[in-house]
Design a protein around this ligand. Structure first.
Ligand code: NAG
Length: 131
């Protein structure tokens, strides 16, 4: 009986530990680009400047505030595609409606572009760290 109780206690502890895992990671929610949201920036370096000094970790949430349908966002597969605004390299889906978010859970640099306004600086590279 004692061993059964011990097993139960261990299982319960593991379950509780798992349930608490996401909150202990202390993920952060960001509005991409800050107050201006996702729109064509006046300063082509706006989104790069927005990422400066921020430490993004896996599990962070990124809200895309897209107020106008002429704007969209999609991920491209490589830095090269990002640098050259290669829209052929976009990995579907491409979003063009307001109010969705991406949970970036891989440790890598994510590259996002607007397929229409990328060359005007409407793109952002988000470097996700382990912790
Ligand atoms: C754009 O991306 C596509 C898909 O990844 C690739 O096949 C093509 O060569 C790229 N074009 C340029 C100009 O790099």
């Amino acid at each position: 009986m004692a061993s059964l109780r011990l097993t139960f206690t261990v299982v319960t502890t593991i379950v509780i530990a798992c349930m608490h895992f996401p909150t202990t990671l202390a993920v952060t929610s960001y509005v991409v680009g800050g107050a201006k949201g996702w729109s064509m920036p006046q300063n082509p370096n706006h989104y790069e400047a927005w990422t400066k000094g921020k430490k993004f970790i896996k599990g962070d949430h990124f809200y895309w505030v897209i107020k106008e349908r002429k704007y969209n966002v999609g991920e491209v597969s490589s830095k090269e595609a990002y640098d050259t605004c290669n829209t052929t390299a976009v990995i579907p889906p491409v979003f063009d409606v307001d109010g969705f978010f991406s949970v970036l859970y891989k440790v890598k640099i994510y590259y996002f572009i607007c397929t229409i306004h990328c060359s005007k600086g409407m793109k952002v590279a988000i470097d996700i760290k382990e912790s």
